[in-house]
Design a binder for this molecule. Sequence first.
Ligand code: PRP
Length: 286
Amino acid sequence: MSEKLKIAIQKSGRLHESSLRLLKECGISFDNGNDHLKIQANNFPLEILFLRNSDIPQYVEDGVADIAIIGQNLIIEKDKKIEEIMKLGFSKCRLSLAVPKNMKYPGLTWFNGRKIATSYPNTLKKFLDKNNIRLEIHEISGSVEIAPNIGLADGICDLVSSGSTLFKNGLIEVEIILESEACLAAKTDVETKKKILLDKLIFRIKAVLTSRNNKYVLLNAPDKKLDAIKRIIPGIKSPTIMPLAEKGWSSVHSVINENDFWEIIDQLKENGAQGILIIPIEKMIV
Ligand code: PRP
C-alpha cells in the first residue's frame, strides 16, 4: 500500500469546521457525511483522523497521526514531542486568568493562597512559578467558567475568545498568560517519504492562507498619476498597466494586503483613481 500522511483534527469543537474548510480549500476532497472517525481523502494520499482535542498531542507523539491541526495552547500545555510547523490564522484566543467581576483586583498577588479552576494546569503552574505566586490548582476538563459561581474556586484560568462566556458568568479577565491560534503541528521526526507529502500539503496551505490575506484590485487612473499609484500598489512583482480606450487614462491591476486595505484605498482616491474594484483571490502562489 502506498504511503499516506495521517492528519488528526478535532472531532468536535471550535477548530473542527475551520480545519475541514482549510483542507477543502487545499483541493483535498473527502466525504465525511457519516460521522466516521477515520476517512480517506479521494485525491491526496491523506488519512483524516477525528480525535478528541486534548488527546491529539499524545497521538501525534506516538505516531498514530503524523500531523495535526490544533491550538498552540494545547502544544504548550501537553508538552509532547511535537512541534508547530505553521500558524493557520484562525481560532485566535488567549489563555487568561479571570476573577468575579465585583472583586477588587490589586494585581497578581490577589491569587496568592486562592483556589483556581483550569483545564490548563501545566501552563498555569509555569506562569505562577515565574511570578512567585502560590495557589491551589483545581483541574477540571470543561465548563471552567462556572466554578466560581458554584463555590468550586475563587477564579479561573481558561481560554477567552470573544469574552462572552466570561461575561455571562460574571467574570472579568485580569491577566493574559498566552496568546494562541490554530496551527499545523507535526511529530518532531516525520519520516522522509511522509515529509514529501507534508511539504506538498504545506505548499497548498500557504497558497490558501496567502490568498485569504490578499485582494485583487483593478482601477482606472489618469496617466499622469501612474508613478504615484505604482508606488501605492506595487503588487507581487509590479502592477499590470493597460491603456484605456479613453486617451490619458489607464487600467491598473495589482494585489493588496487585507490589513492595509482602507489606507490604500484612501491613497488611491487621493491620486485620482476611479472605478476601483476589489476581488477576492482564490489561491495565491508567490
Ligand atoms: C472555550 C473556552 C471558553 C470559551 C471562551 O470553550 O473553554 O469556555 O471557549 O470563548 P468566548 O470567549 O468566545 O466565550 P469551547 O466552547 O471551545 O469548549 P470547551 O469547553 O470544550 O473548551
